[in-house]
Design a protein around this ligand. Sequence first.
Ligand code: KG4
Ligand code: ZN
Length: 347
Amino acid sequence: MGIDTSCDDTGVGVVRGHRVLSNVVASQAALHAPMGGVLPESASREHLRVIDEVAGEALARAGVGLQELDAVAATRGPGLAGALLVGLGYAKAIAWGTRRPFVPVHHLEGHLAACFAEPGGVVSDAANAPPEPPFLCLIASGGHTVLFDVPDYGTYLRVGGSRDDAAGEAFDKVARLLGLPYPGGPALAALADAGDPGALALPRPMARQQGHDFSFSGLKTAVATLLERDPNVRPADVAAAFQERVTRSLVDVSVRAAESNGRDTLVVAGGVAANRSLREALRSSGLRVHVPPLELATDNGAMIALAAVIGSTRDGFPDQAEALAVDAAPYLPLADAPSRPRDATRR
Ligand code: KG4
Ligand code: ZN
């Protein structure tokens, strides 16, 4: 069983091997919508209120009893401290009570693990073959936009990333400028369907840079200026143009990074990987591309369980005294995360 409470979704999923048996996500979107963003304390309290019900539902849908679990995993970071603590505390308690190993998981490793889901179970559009390292990996979510070279399972070499806003954050901020409801990414993408991406002269992010970094805040400012200067501009055109600039930048920089690292496979994960226009643009990238099934792209518990399966198959379960003492880590770079002790002790 895997649990993610890193931000504003309470996610619990149950997997057997790489097959997702259940994946229940309770969204807090309605709670945070009036604020236009996530209020951390409300998020923690809401996780606490619903987590037991969400976990019960995930077990019921999987047809698995607590005593049948092999291990319990939860996100340890990065994310909102108070929110993380709820899932972490809940998972540790279940693991300790059922005498099963507890597995702390890095949230971004969870996003990547979503690409390793097998067809069958509740996931409808899982790919047939999981990505095989070496590959280049782009994680684009609300909190992160970062490129890793992955020469081997569990090894992450950072090769680039956003210098300012994460891609999802830019989607959310521009959606807000357009008066769309929180969370803005999916709403902006839907509006873009009715627009013309070539109708407006928006800048191309980092157009003159040949490196492996992204920058989205200039584009966001350009949208704000455009809306201020021309109140009659069609919102759908703004959405379409903005989305085209962001997805083009994500694809171009990723392809460049893959080429300069000698990789022919690109794995794209994180909430923004749910974007249809990005998925289409990736098809003509010339690389072998893996994306997560749509329902596993945004935050969920199944991806955390998958990461625990992949990690424990490779390294065994972590030392339990250490695992049960793991604290929530709001800031936790993936590339610098210490590798887990190779200790297969089971409790
Ligand atoms: O991975 P995720 O669920 O949470 C984080 O770890 O941050 O990503 C959420 C982000 C939000 O910024 C959301 O607006 C964006 O992913 N997102 C999208 C789409 N679906 C979610 N952005 C663009 N198009 C989408 N279809
Ligand atoms: Zn996430």
